[in-house]
Design a protein around this ligand. Structure first.
Ligand SMILES: *Cc1c(COP(=O)(O)O)cnc(C)c1O
Length: 228
């Protein structure tokens, strides 16, 4: 049974593999999160039937509801990729495989507390305001090291990398310097924070450039599930 979603997935997987080869990177070194926000549970079922397991969700209650509705799908992973209010941290702690938009100490504390109560550790990416946009979420590059130090004692979360969302979503080459900068930031912090290996960067419009610049996770929605 072929579907538009299965076809979209196959096409994106092929482009991920081609970008890995171009960049001289190992096949399978980039994780593809299929971003399924606002799409019905049936869309995730279709992708799961096509062999896909890892999904990205933005809204905590939607993630919670999908986790419940899709509990029968083996190996399903719902990753929380959107900005998060502290009062909704409980949904992410309970149901998310990882969190990609950590940007405040208070939120880190709340997530850690909730995860400890559940006996789990949540892998987290720190969101970085890579283009210096103060209106959007994210930690300023200068503030990264102190932030990483401040959250180090929180044992319910584990910082596994950095995440960014460059401003020009539809112009891949415009994103390249931002991706390169995130990688350089990560490389500079690695000696002091050796768990910080991940780079969550790249969306439908620019994931190939992100892979060329070192992404370990790409978050691709509309190319797989269609426009929202
Ligand atoms: C929606 C979203 C994506 C996917 O965007 P597409 O352009 O549909 O691929 C990736 N990351 C985040 C944080 C998002 O909110």
């Amino acid at each position: 049974m072929s579907s538009a979603i299965a076809e979209g997935l196959a096409a994106v997987r092929e482009r991920v593999a081609a970008a890995e080869r171009r960049a001289g990177r190992q096949a399978g070194s980039v994780q593809l999160l299929a971003v399924s926000k606002t799409k019905p549970p049936e869309a995730l079922r279709e992708a799961h039937a096509a062999g896909h397991r890892a999904f990205g969700e933005n809204y905590p209650q939607e993630l919670r509801d999908k986790a419940a509705t899709l509990a029968d799908l083996s190996g399903l992973e719902l990753h929380a990729i959107g900005s998060l209010q502290s009062n909704k941290a409980k949904y992410v702690a309970a149901s998310a495989a990882s969190f990609h938009a950590l940007d405040r100490l208070g939120l880190a504390e709340e997530l850690s507390k909730r995860c400890l109560a559940l006996g789990r550790v949540l892998p987290c990416f720190i969101e970085v305001s890579i283009a210096g946009e103060t209106t959007k979420g994210g930690i300023a590059p200068d503030a990264l090291a102190p932030f990483l130090e401040a959250i180090e004692p929180l044992t319910g979360i584990r910082t596994v990398g950095l995440m960014c969302m460059p401003p020009a979503l539809d112009q891949a080459e415009a994103s390249r310097p931002h991706f390169a900068r995130l990688r350089a930031l990560r490389d500079g912090l690695l000696p002091r924070f050796p768990n910080l290996t991940g780079l969550s960067m790249g969306m439908s419009g620019d994931f190939e450039v992100a892979i060329e610049e070192g992404a370990t996770v790409v978050r691709v929605g509309s190319l797989i599930f269609g426009h929202r």
